[in-house]
Design a protein around this ligand. Sequence first.
Ligand SMILES: [Zn+2]
Length: 429
Amino acid sequence: MVKTIINCNIFDYDTYKENQYIRFNDIILEVGNMDDFEKKDNEEIIDFKGKLVMPGFVNGHTHIYSTFARGMSVKFNPKSFSDILKQLWWRMDSKIDLETTYYSGLVSGIEFIKNGITTFIDHHASGMDIRGTLNELKKGTCDEIGLRGIFCFETSDRFDVDSCIEENIEFLKKQSEKYAGMFGLHASLSLSNETLKKVSEFLNEAPIHIHVAESLEDEKDSINKYGKRVVERLEEFDLLTKNSILSHCVHIDEKEADIVSRHDVYVALNPTSNMNNSVGLPNYKLLKVKGIKTIIGNDGLGFNLTREYLNLYFTQKYRYEDPTFFSFNDLKNNIDNVYNLVGDMLNIKIGRIKEGYKADIISYDYIPFTSLNENNIFGHVFFGIWDKLDVMDTIVNGEFLMKDREVKFEVEKIYSEAKKIADKMWDRL
Ligand SMILES: [Zn+2]
């Protein structure tokens, strides 16, 4: 059924327009001025009463499997990044099965909706069950909750490598406007040459999704074991395929940045996670100078992506001791890049409130206390709306998944079931 939102203001990173209507089914059919609006037969009218409408967010790198780490207690006294992996994440993901995966998907899906995230790119790990997990994750997040997702399984020498490869290949065969696969790899430091060779044999031009030089240890490990840096290793095995995501790249050097820039790949920036793990901050200056396409993720740390936008903006100024470095335009480029990547992978158009684009829309109730116009709207959004994120409506593929802050699912029931599943996983630790 065709729906029409009336009386809204629209900012889609390109243009700001007041007093608009948006007519849509799964796709935006028409956008126009309220003065020209005429109601059609059999369409549902939703009055937004002056709400600000924007495109939904895309989380460019996340780990839904980490959802049930909230409040979890493990013996934790890390001295390095690999200690964090060993003491927390690897210990936890070794206890995750299909049921845990499915419920972490449901819960994450609901939290994404509340935070206006309409598409996510996930990097999954689960040691108890490998085969079939990506499908469980898709079932929870896409089939039942209704979001768009890109999935992969973290191939790593600590798992059965053949199962990891099979799981990625199997899911890569699936493709729709709602989901697609990538080939997941953990990081250089957990992948032998033998494994990388095997992956390259099965890759068949699929994009990879891997952590690169998140901590200095990844580079040191690569140099010590293989006599070359991480990105050089990936290139040697022909793994830098189109649309691949290299997450972090905090410690790549200029030579590696040159290699990355020669391939049609993306670097995902996750500044809050980098600070939390004390591994450094993204070297945006290097990536920008080399013309490397960057996107923003949150590395599974919570669900509010705008915190990453704010932290990236502030930390880049801090990092280079330059209050003029990293502009709204830089931020917009990052946001546009992820829309392009996901659009290409799902074969859809997203990221604008324009005819022909998918109706992936969010809204805010925003009453400005200073003048707002097309020239300063980004400042209002960044310093006002994103500072205290309060999404009112989340629409994916034309469906209201949240309307006036009311999520369309039985949240309490799902969360109380999830708690039981999380308890079981904690008991296994
Ligand atoms: Zn990550």
